[in-house]
Each structure stands twice: as C-alpha cells, then as structure tokens.
Design a protein around this ligand. Structure first.
Ligand code: DQA
Length: 163
C-alpha cells in the first residue's frame, strides 16, 4: 500500500492591529476575537485534513522574519496583512521570495471603504483574494488554498487559468 502523503501545512499570517479584533471597530470587523478566528480556522483545518500554524505581529520586520522562518515548514500561507496590504513592498517581496503560494483575505470589503484600501500590493501575486465576509473570509480562503495546494500535488495536472 502506498504511504499516506504528509498533511498539508498552512501558515496563517495576521498583520497589524488584528490582535485588537473583537473590540476594534466591531461594526467593520465584527465581534470575534483573534483567538476565536484561529480556533475556527483550526477546526476547519481538522475537517479538511490540513495543519495550520498561526501568528500575529504588528511590525513589518517581524512579519517578514516570521514568513521567512515559517516557509521552511509550510506549503502555503493564508494572509491578512491588515494595513500593510496597501503599503508593504517588503512583505510582498518576502511572500514571493519564499516561493510559497498565498491567499489574501480581509474581514471587511476593502473595495467599499476608503480609496486607499482598494489597492493591494499583494493581490497580483496571490492565488486568490477573499474580502468582506468577516471571519468567513478566512475560512473560505483556507478552503481555497487547501484545494489549490492539493491540485499542485497531483501529478500531471494542467496549469490553472490562462490559455
Ligand atoms: C483589513 C483591511 C485593511 O484595510 C485594514 O487596514 C485592516 C484590516 C481587513 O481584514 O478588513 O487592518 O485587512
């Protein structure tokens, strides 16, 4: 019998101010705390048969260091980079540089807010982007990333999209 493939591992990256979830502008970001978001991700991950490792940091340098460090252990990243989404070439370079696919998520619908939130520096290099569904954005993103990574493991797959 063929050996079971190792479970996929997904790194969950929460950027600045997401440690305040639950009390930060609840009308925009909802009432779930970061601990609750992570617990929901872990329970979905168990259902999907993947493993997740999460972290949150407020500093750009710390986020980049953690992405570098985690890349050795994970197959892909689920990223809510908070405000760095709109500003950080350095975080984009880190995600692209470690060569792991990533999905971008946002709790709020960034396109329905201030103009500056409409631009994401990460999105052009992301596998996909999910915005506006609150905690559900993370869960949908995890499902999408798991499917994408599994497809990548199948021998003889055809490339996604394009012609
Ligand atoms: C956010 C949207 C960003 O514009 C904002 O800076 C955040 C949270 C979201 O999840 O909706 O910190 O990433």
């Amino acid at each position: 019998m063929a050996a079971e493939p190792e479970a996929l591992r997904i790194g969950v990256v929460h950027g600045p101010n997401l440690n305040l979830l639950g009390r930060r502008e609840p009308e925009v970001y909802g009432r779930a705390t970061l601990a609750e978001v992570n617990a929901r991700l872990r329970s979905l991950a168990a259902e999907l048969g993947v493993e997740v490792e999460d972290f949150q940091a407020n500093g750009e340098g710390e986020l980049i260091d953690r992405v570098h460090d985690m890349a050795a252990r994970v197959d892909g990243f689920l990223v809510n980079a908070g405000a760095f989404t709109h500003t950080s070439v350095a975080l984009l370079d880190a995600l692209v540089g470690v060569g792991r696919p990533f999905v971008e998520v946002h709790l709020s619908n960034v396109h329905a807010r201030e103009e500056f939130r409409r631009r994401s520096l990460l999105a052009p290099r992301a596998v996909g982007v999910i915005v506006g569904f609150g905690v559900e954005s993370y869960l949908l993103g995890l499902r999408g990333l798991a499917v994408h990574l599994r497809e990548g493991r199948r021998p003889g797959r055809s490339d996604r999209g394009g012609s």
